[in-house]
Every structure is written in structure tokens, then in C-alpha cells.
Design a binder for this molecule. Structure first.
Ligand SMILES: *[C@@H]1O[C@H](CO)[C@@H](O)[C@H](O)[C@H]1NC(C)=O
Ligand SMILES: *[C@@H]1O[C@H](CO)[C@@H](O)[C@H](O)[C@H]1NC(C)=O
Ligand SMILES: *[C@@H]1O[C@H](CO)[C@@H](O)[C@H](O)[C@H]1NC(C)=O
Length: 260
């Protein structure tokens, strides 16, 4: 009985795991958020990516579109001719509706329908009603120049590279006064992961030399490998992620060596 209760608890935690919901802002030159009707659970991350022209994500009340809600969400303006290098991420604290608009006055983006809602009700104060009210709103206004209610940062990346490693192991022993040696060749793919994004200019040149690792830029994690077939018995259990990212051969630890 106790055991099945524990399993049920684990299952519901897995279901509640936060997700990232991508939203494009002005994709294709359109004065649109896409999607504009966003549904998000508590803990989810709504991640806005800005496209050309010069847009913002700004929170208003339902009643007063195109004008900032005091203390509300504001990404600041993100001018770009293509795609912004930074994304704006809002983490959902509760499921109350959040009404959003682009505050760009040049071209009246909000009045043209560049609005969105997170968790808008299906009846009453609907997204359609907000869009209709925005269409007749007075000239948009925006808060100051400070990001509020979210994080503006370079998008997180997880990079991986798979490299084939060939390792030769020599074993030697003495039997009845005679020395013997046997070699084992093992070839296997090793996948290296890192979330570190290091400016190339900070990496020292020269094949195989260790790059400069900047403090606080992330770390390698979760190397994986596939053991070779029977008879080729080396198994990689640990690697150096930075070395692999930049062409140097990472340190391979031999976890098992079966002399068969
Ligand atoms: C982007 O738009 C804002 C608001 O209109 C403006 O203050 C800012 O100067 C614009 N930036 C660029 C580079 O056009
Ligand atoms: C726009 O951004 C995309 C995605 O990063 C890139 O593939 C494309 O080359 C860029 N276009 C221009 C004109 O910079
Ligand atoms: C061990 O070595 C000795 C001396 O070289 C030899 O006479 C003997 O037959 C060897 N035994 C085995 C089991 O090979």
C-alpha cells in the first residue's frame, strides 16, 4: 500500500513539470504575437523571441489596452533587423490572465492587433474583447527602460557533439616464467554535452590545447557512451566536455577492462 502511494506521488510530480512555451513577436514582419492565445501553468516559462522591427512585450490591464499596468511585465524595446539575440522569459506565478501588447507607437502596433493574452478566460474578458478594445485605444505608452517581470537574456543552449574514440589497451602478464602481452582495440562513439557558450576569441589557438574556461559559464555534464562489442572491452565512463567541443581529445577513463 505504501509503495503504490509513493508511485502515484512520483507520477503526479512528473506531470506537473514546467515547460517552456515559445512565442514569436513580429515573426515575418507581421504585427502579431504568435501564438497570441497562450495557455500556461504555474511554473511554466513563456519565452518571447523578437523579430524585425522594434517591438516590446508590455503588460496592461484588460480594461486599458496599449497602456502599461503599474509594475507590470515589460521586456523593454528590442530593435532588430532579423531576430533578437536575446529572449525575454516570463515565469508564470499564477493562472490569472495576463494581458500583453507591443508598445511601439510608430505604426500603432497595439492598435493594429499586436496583443496577446496568457490564460485569458473563454467567456467574459476574452482575448477577442481585448483585441477589440485595443483597436480603439489611444496612442500607446510604455514604462521606462527597465526590464520588469521577466528575464532578458541570451537563450540557453545545450550543445552536443559525438566523436568516435579508438582506444588500444595492452595487457601483459607472466605465466610459468614467460612474459605475454595482448592488445585490445575498442572503438565507440562518445557524446559530449555542454551548456557553456564561450566567445571564440577567448580560446587559445593550437590543436589540442585546452581552451580557457571562463568562470561561471557553465560546465560539461552527462557524457554517455556505448561499450564496444565483446572482445573489445574498454568502456568509457567519463569525458572532458570542453576538450571535445574544440577538437582536443578528452580524457577517457576506462571503467572496465575484461581480459577474456
Ligand atoms: C525602438 O522603439 C522605441 C520606442 O518607440 C524607441 O524609443 C527606440 O529608440 C527604438 N529603437 C530603435 C533602435 O529604433
Ligand atoms: C536571420 O536569422 C536567421 C536565423 O538566425 C539566419 O539564418 C539568417 O541568415 C538571418 N538573416 C539575415 C539577413 O541576417
Ligand atoms: C613450465 O616451464 C617449465 C620450464 O620451462 C616446463 O618444463 C614446463 O613444462 C612448463 N609448464 C607448463 C604447464 O607450461
Amino acid at each position: 500500500m505504501y509503495f503504490s502511494t509513493a508511485l502515484a506521488a512520483a507520477a503526479s510530480i512528473a506531470l506537473a513539470q514546467a515547460i517552456t512555451i515559445p512565442v514569436s513577436v513580429g515573426y515575418g514582419g507581421l504585427l502579431k504575437f504568435s501564438p497570441s492565445a497562450i495557455t500556461a501553468n504555474v511554473g511554466d516559462h513563456v519565452e518571447f523571441t523578437f523579430f524585425a522591427k522594434n517591438h516590446s512585450v508590455t503588460q496592461s490591464s484588460f480594461a486599458d489596452p496599449c497602456h502599461p499596468l503599474a509594475g507590470g511585465i515589460f521586456s523593454t524595446f528590442q530593435p532588430t533587423t532579423n531576430i533578437s539575440s536575446k529572449v525575454f522569459t516570463v515565469t508564470i506565478a499564477n493562472t490569472d490572465p495576463i494581458w500583453l501588447y507591443c508598445g511601439q507607437t510608430e505604426g500603432d502596433h497595439c492598435q493594429s492587433g499586436m496583443v496577446a493574452a496568457i490564460n485569458a478566460p473563454a467567456t467574459g474578458n476574452t482575448l477577442a474583447a481585448y483585441i477589440a478594445a485595443a483597436a480603439t485605444a489611444s496612442t500607446s505608452t510604455s514604462p521606462g527602460n527597465t526590464v520588469v517581470g521577466g528575464v532578458l537574456e541570451f537563450p540557453p543552449k545545450e550543445l552536443s557533439v559525438t566523436q568516435t574514440v579508438t582506444q588500444t589497451i595492452t595487457a601483459s602478464w607472466t605465466q610459468n616464467g614467460t612474459d605475454y602481452a595482448s592488445t585490445y582495440v575498442s572503438t565507440y562513439p562518445v557524446t559530449y554535452y555542454t551548456d557553456a557558450v564561450i566567445p571564440i576569441s577567448t580560446i587559445s589557438p593550437g590543436g589540442g590545447s585546452a581552451p580557457t574556461v571562463l568562470p561561471g559559464v557553465g560546465s560539461s555534464s552527462s557524457p554517455s557512451s556505448t561499450a564496444s562489442t565483446k572482445g573489445n572491452a574498454a568502456t568509457a565512463v567519463g569525458v572532458n566536455g570542453y576538450g571535445a567541443m574544440f577538437g582536443a581529445v578528452g580524457a577517457v577513463l576506462l571503467g572496465a577492462l575484461a581480459l577474456l
